[in-house]
Each structure stands twice: as structure tokens, then as C-alpha cells.
Design a protein around this ligand. Structure first.
Ligand code: SF4
Ligand code: SF4
Length: 99
């Protein structure tokens, strides 16, 4: 998408078009990555309810994975997970990238 110059930006910087959050990939600046363990998961869906970025993916009413393009690594899903040890563990992106 072409960036607008200052003469083309709407007054007040308002966003004119709905649905533009889908193209904003917040995962690109994530520091921590949630790692989901399908074996430990009990499909309680707490993480899905709590995720502020709708990044917990569902299939047939069960967790199917994590949308890493939009997950910003806040860790709320892991915090809310009732399983001990957590079925979602937060790992540093730099550590995950090394593997
Ligand atoms: S880390 Fe935050 S944004 Fe990413 S899946 Fe968990 S709750 Fe959602
Ligand atoms: S909160 Fe934990 S146990 Fe519940 S669905 Fe999410 S990962 Fe699975």
C-alpha cells in the first residue's frame, strides 16, 4: 500500500475505511511467542476468549493454533490457561528463532 503524503492525510488523521486491522501485522514486533502444546491443552477456550487480538485459531470448537501474523505476544493467553504446567508457554522470539 502506498503511504500518503501530509497533504493527503484526512483531517485529524481519522481512519476512513473499516476492517483495516487485518492488514496490520502486529506479530512483526512481538518479543515473546506463545507456544501451544496440543497434548497438554484441554480445549477450555479461555485463551480464545481472553486474546485481545483474536489470534487464537479455532476449528470445530477446539484450539487449532495461533495466528502469528497478528499475535503481539502479550502473554494473556498463557496467563489465563488453567493447565499446570501451562498449555501455552511464552518463549523469547530470539530463543525460538535459534532452533
Ligand atoms: S500472546 Fe496475546 S496476542 Fe498472542 S495469542 Fe496470546 S493473548 Fe493473543
Ligand atoms: S487456555 Fe490453555 S487449556 Fe484452555 S484452550 Fe487455551 S491452551 Fe488449551
Amino acid at each position: 500500500m502506498k503511504e500518503r503524503g501530509w497533504t493527503e492525510i484526512p483531517i485529524g488523521g481519522i481512519i476512513e475505511d473499516a476492517g483495516n486491522a487485518a492488514t496490520y501485522e502486529t506479530g512483526s514486533w512481538r518479543t515473546y511467542r506463545p507456544i501451544w502444546d496440543s497434548e497438554a491443552c484441554i480445549d477450555c477456550l479461555r485463551c480464545w476468549v481472553a486474546c485481545p487480538d483474536s489470534s487464537i485459531e479455532l476449528a470445530d470448537g477446539k484450539i487449532a493454533g495461533i495466528d502469528y501474523d497478528h499475535c503481539k505476544g502479550c502473554g494473556i493467553c498463557s496467563f489465563e490457561c488453567p493447565v499446570d504446567p501451562k498449555a501455552i508457554q511464552m518463549k523469547l522470539e530470539t530463543d525460538v528463532a535459534k532452533k
